[in-house]
Write a protein that binds this ligand. Structure first.
Ligand code: SF4
Length: 324
């Protein structure tokens, strides 16, 4: 398909992780002539206010990209973040908190049934057991849409950057469909929300080519050697990634290893993060750039966000470890 009629939407929400695919979605929409006044970037902050799994620089990086284009970026997160959900012990999943255009913080949910987790999400394509993607990202976008009556007015398009090339599971995703928050109406007005995956058919080369033309500086993870922007301690991490985390961010690595030891459950079914790191070698680009590792650890983005001449980051076309 060529894509939906973009002029028919009052607003277009981009799920903006700061990764190359979300950058490509934004650049593609702008290239198609979408009025920036109708674009909103939404960043789902995996850790919320409890730093644990993700790159500390990611939110600051996303805000810098948004500022570069003069676009609003709304942060949303699950109360307690990844750690809060993992430590649930007889309590409900946390509420979703979300920034709103009027500057106030919205809140939705948090009154579900009590439950117990006590372990990391499982490394699986099945989102019922790989709970992080659903609880901390997909459900967060749905909650912020359901939690704001402005989405009952007019039409909304949600844009996400999954690509078929990434995994057989993602290859089966529809390019265009009704969003999970869409309703037919009844006692309330219908919520007219569609979901488009505009770069589903793109290969990685096309993604990097679009970013190269823009001059946008890729997220530090790519420049340190990661092929995809996942959480820094993503459950899908490869041996080389765990070896790199251990070499560059030893305190973070030790925290994950300690959680594995205390719970008796390893993140991977058959190997601890220590076993995985022992099997890998730190990325050479990471070892060679301590100042970049420091930038990745910083919450504030202070570097340039556009740089020319643009250079392909070390991780491009490399390991594709990440959510499937
Ligand atoms: S990037 Fe990895 S750890 Fe983070 S939410 Fe996605 S699957 Fe889970």
């Amino acid at each position: 398909m060529t894509g939906p009629d973009l002029a028919a939407y009052d607003r277009i929400l981009i799920a903006f992780s700061g990764g190359k695919d979300s950058l490509a979605c934004l650049l593609h929409l702008l290239a198609l002539g979408v009025d920036p006044a109708r674009i909103e970037l939404h960043h789902h902050d995996v850790d919320g206010d409890a730093p644990f799994m993700d790159w500390p620089c990611t939110l600051g990086y996303c805000r810098a990209v948004a500022a570069q284009f003069g676009l609003p970026l709304y942060r949303s997160w699950r109360e307690g973040g990844f750690l809060g959900e993992m430590d649930r012990d007889g309590t409900p999943t946390g509420a979703v908190l979300f920034e709103r255009p009027d500057g106030r913080l919205g809140r939705s949910g948090g009154e579900g049934p009590p439950g117990v987790r006590g372990r990391f999400p499982q490394v699986s394509a099945d989102l019922r057991v790989r709970w992080c993607s659903g609880v901390l990202k997909i459900d967060v976008m749905a909650a912020l849409i359901r939690g704001q009556d402005r989405f009952l007015d007019g039409r909304t398009l949600v844009v996400t950057g999954e690509r078929a090339e990434e995994s057989p599971g993602r290859a089966r995703y529809a390019v265009f469909e009704a969003h999970r928050t869409a309703t037919a109406g009844g006692r309330r007005p219908p919520r007219r929300v569609d979901h488009w995956r505009p770069i589903h058919a793109w290969d990685e080369g096309r993604v990097w080519a679009v970013i190269a033309r823009s001059g946008l500086v890729p997220h530090p993870a790519y420049r340190l050697g990661w092929g995809r922007l996942s959480c820094r301690c993503c459950i899908f991490g490869s041996p080389h990634q765990w070896a790199t985390v251990r070499a560059l961010f030893p305190a973070v690595f030790a925290r994950i290893a300690a959680r594995e030891a205390a719970s008796g459950f390893t993140l991977h079914r058959a190997a601890s993060v220590i076993d995985l790191a022992d099997r890998g070698r730190p990325y050479a680009a990471a070892l060679a750039q301590p100042e970049l590792a420091a930038q990745a650890e910083a919450a504030d983005w202070t570097g340039p966000i556009v740089r020319r001449p643009w250079t392909l980051p070390a991780g491009a076309f490399g390991e594709a470890a990440g959510p499937v």
